[in-house]
Design a protein around this ligand. Structure first.
Ligand code: LHQ
Length: 264
C-alpha cells in the first residue's frame, strides 16, 4: 500500500511509522490518521513484526490536529461535526495503538502537542530526543483534551500534574517530561534514531505475547480489586505458560545461555 502522509518501513522485525508532514510539524489530518490506522491493521496480523516505532519526520513529532483544516471551515461559517470527526479518526487510531498485540514505542523526536501528545501517550514507551517539547495544547484554543488526552496522562503522571498541564497548556521540555514520568528516557538528538532503533530491536527480541498481556493486565488492574486482579493474572499466566517463548526462557536460564524468543 502507498501512503501520502506517513512512511511505513519494515526493518527486520521492527515496523517504523513516520509521520510525514514535516513543514507542518506533522499536524494530523484525517488522511494521516486513516493511513496510520490502515498500517496498524496490517502490522497487527503480521507475525514477523514484533515492535512498532512511531516517530516524526523533520523537527516535530506531531503538532496535534491540523487546525487549518478546521479554520477554513469555521471561516466559511461551517460548524463541522466534531464528534463525527473524532469517531472517524482518533477513536479508531488510539485504541488500535493501545491494543496492538506487540510493543509500541513513541520516538518523540520533537514537539508533541494536543492530539500529538495523546498519540505518544497511547504508546507503551516514550523515548524523547533532548530537543522534544510537550504541550496539552487543547486549552489554548478553548478545547478540552481529546483523543485519549484525559485517559492516559493522569495514569502516567498522576491527576494533579495532568490537570496542571491540561489547564495551563504549558510547554514543557524533555528534561521536565522525564522528571514527571511523562517519558521513559531522554536521548541525545545527535544519536536519537540510532538509540531508538537499538531499543526497538531489543524489544522486538523479547517475548511479544507476554509484553502485550502485561500491558492489558496492568491497565485493567487499576480499576480492579486485588482478588479480581489475581484471577486475571492467573488466567493470563496459564496462556503464557503454554507459549514457546516461556519454554525457551526456562531452558535458556537452566542451560546458562541467552534465550532466542520467537514471539509465540
Ligand atoms: C500547524 C500546527 C497545527 C496546522 C504547527 N495545525 N499547522 C480535535 C478536534 C477538533 C478540532 C481541533 O483539534 C482537535 C485535537 C487537537 O489536537 S487540538 C490541538 C491542536 N494543536 C495545537 O493547538 C498546537 C498548535 N501549534 C503550536 O502551538 C506550535 O506550532 C507548537 C508549540 C506545536 C510548535 O511551535 P514552533 O516550534 O514555534 O513552530 P511553529 O508554530 O512556527 O510551527 C511551524 C509550522 O507548523 C507553522 O507553519 P508555517 O506555514 O507558518 O511555517 C505552523 O502554522 C504549523 N503548525 N502546528 N496544529
Amino acid at each position: 500500500m502507498t501512503y501520502e502522509q506517513i512512511r511505513f518501513d519494515r526493518e527486520g522485525s521492527v515496523a517504523w511509522l513516520r509521520l510525514n508532514r514535516p513543514e507542518k510539524l506533522n499536524a494530523l489530518t484525517a488522511t494521516m490518521s486513516h493511513e496510520l490506522s490502515d498500517a496498524l491493521d496490517e502490522i497487527k496480523v503480521d507475525a514477523g513484526v514484533r515492535c512498532v516505532v512511531i516517530t516524526g519526520e523533520g523537527r516535530g513529532f506531531c503538532a496535534g490536529q491540523d487546525l487549518s483544516e478546521f479554520e477554513e471551515r469555521y471561516e466559511s461559517g461551517d460548524r463541522p461535526d466534531i464528534q463525527a470527526h473524532l469517531a472517524d479518526t482518533y477513536h479508531r487510531l488510539i485504541p488500535q495503538l493501545h491494543e496492538l498485540p506487540k510493543p509500541v514505542i513513541a520516538g518523540v523526536n520533537g514537539v508533541a502537542a494536543g492530539a500529538g501528545l495523546s498519540l505518544a501517550m497511547a504508546c507503551d514507551l516514550r523515548l524523547a530526543s533532548d530537543t522534544a517539547r510537550f504541550t496539552q495544547a487543547f486549552v489554548k484554543i478553548g478545547l478540552v483534551p481529546d483523543s485519549g488526552g484525559t485517559f492516559f496522562l493522569p495514569r502516567a503522571i498522576g491527576y494533579a500534574k495532568a490537570l496542571e498541564l491540561s489547564m495551563t497548556g504549558d510547554l514543557i521540555d524533555a528534561a521536565t517530561a522525564e522528571r514527571i514520568g511523562l517519558v521513559s528516557r531522554v536521548l541525545p538528538a545527535a544519536s536519537f534514531e540510532a538509540d531508538l532503533r537499538a531499543e526497538a530491536e531489543r524489544l522486538a527480541a523479547m517475548p511479544t505475547a507476554a509484553i502485550a498481556e502485561t500491558r492489558t493486565l496492568l491497565l485493567e488492574a487499576l480499576t480492579l480489586d486485588l482478588h479480581e486482579a489475581l484471577a486475571r493474572e492467573a488466567k493470563a499466566q496459564e496462556r503464557m505458560a503454554r507459549t514457546e517463548d516461556h519454554l525457551e526462557g526456562v531452558s535458556a536460564f537452566v542451560q546458562k545461555r541467552d534465550p532466542k524468543f520467537q514471539g509465540r
